[in-house]
Design a binder for this molecule. Structure first.
Ligand code: DC
Length: 223
């Protein structure tokens, strides 16, 4: 069974998707983290993203592993744990441009389908319900007010030791959403059969309960 959870940046979808997966005893796949890993790879190799040739060989030779330890997921790029580094601002700043490239999407979508096939999986991203798994059993599209999202992101960054103003985060999130929604390949958009979840005034527990109850009701109806 596949549960697709899509939506713009910083809506709380990663936190709730992970908890939904735990409650249902499903695997959780954070596809945004995969795009962040490839972005880190391009930054470390000083790849110009308009140089297809260089990017092509880089994508053919990299190894991406996801390991779970005590309910936490760790991302390994060519054997190195980069779970913290991929959340840093320089990666965030560049990830939209890298994830807009069709060669990057083709490579990662293939890996995503391979990981999720034949197992129960909560897959979270931007194009899961529309492109990666259009036949997902249940689809959610998570949204939230921009200022609330900026405040949540500010807290996340504080934990990583980064201080940013609300105004700069509002601009950053707004710009990233615009870029992700307007790109040519697999833009961020709500699947017509997705359920919209507005988390502006919802706690994490409320988001998780809402989604788990919906999944249980809808999958019972389908049987
Ligand atoms: O969820 P996140 O903020 O970690 O995602 C980082 C970026 O990756 C986001 O700005 C767009 C891109 N992304 C994507 O293009 N497709 C996905 N399925 C997931 C993320």
């Amino acid at each position: 069974m596949i549960i697709a959870i899509d939506g713009p940046a910083a809506t709380g979808k990663s936190t709730s998707a992970k908890l939904v997966a735990e409650k249902l005893d499903f695997t959780y796949l954070d596809t945004g983290a995969m795009y962040r890993c490839v972005t880190l790879l391009t930054l470390r190799n000083s790849v110009k993203i308009n140089s297809n040739h260089h990017l092509d060989s880089l994508l053919k030779g990299f190894q991406l592993d996801i390991k779970k330890n005590k309910d936490e997921y760790f991302f390994y790029l060519n054997g190195e744990d980069v779970s913290k580094e991929i959340r840093r601002s320089d990666v965030t700043k560049n990830v939209s441009a890298v994830s807009a490239l069709s060669i990057v999407r083709k490579t990662l979508v293939k890996i995503q389908r391979k990981i999720a096939e034949d197992q129960n999986c909560v897959v979270e991203g931007r194009d899961i319900g529309t492109v990666v798994f259009p036949n997902a059993d249940v689809k959610f599209f998570v949204v939230a007010d921009l200022v609330v999202r900026a405040k949540r992101r500010q807290l996340d960054l504080k934990i990583l030791g980064e201080e940013k103003t609300i105004d700069s985060l509002i601009k950053e999130i707004h710009d990233r959403d615009r870029y992700d929604s307007q790109r040519e390949v697999s833009p961020l958009s709500m699947a017509i059969d997705a359920i919209e979840v507005d988390t502006t005034n919802m706690s994490i527990d409320e988001q998780v309960d809402f989604m788990v109850n919906k999944i249980k009701t809808l999958t019972k109806e389908k049987k």
